[in-house]
Design a protein around this ligand. Sequence first.
Ligand SMILES: [Mg+2]
Length: 214
Amino acid sequence: MRLEHKNIIFCDFDGTITVQETFSTMLMEMLPDKARQVLEQIYAGKSTLAQGVRMLVESLPSSAYGDIIDFCQGKEIRPGFVEFLDFLDQHQTPFVLVSGGLHVMVQAILGPLTKRLAGIYSLSLDLNGPFMKVLADFEEGDELLAKARVMQMYNYRNSIAIGDGVTDLNMGLAAQTVFARASLAKYFRSNQLDYIPFEDFFEIRDHLSQMWSK
Ligand SMILES: [Mg+2]
């Protein structure tokens, strides 16, 4: 029997922990023409987002690995993230990061903070060939990283999802409490689903602090 957590956090990375989208911006900067082409294919319904992402990453030579790390330098984290982790420690609540982006980018941007997370699920890279290869352990259907499937690996009473994009949708729908911004908030709002809007992690901390003190 796996340990049952009273509460658990499942949180997206890009645009949620980071202020800006880092993964898509990196792809646009390193592969401008190809990225435009792939975006058109996605909009036209000729390929899925997952296929598009794989196509783009796999057009990067393995030798560009260092450039990805360089790109991550100085990328901003949303205010209150460290204080939020402190708060979760006090409440013995695990924080699980689920990102459809690259593990190397999560590691380069969060640095030693990654050691404070209960789990990190993201895309790994195989650099043994001339071009990068995406290793997606949780690929399912149209999703390169099925976040709701990661949630199923944990045992808990209440889950809290934090996200900003359409790829956080299934994670949000599977969670008891949802903190959303940007496209994810828009989707929840237009479908009359409950969510809590947020702009930084102080707001999330304060909201949970109230919720858990009841
Ligand atoms: Mg995101």
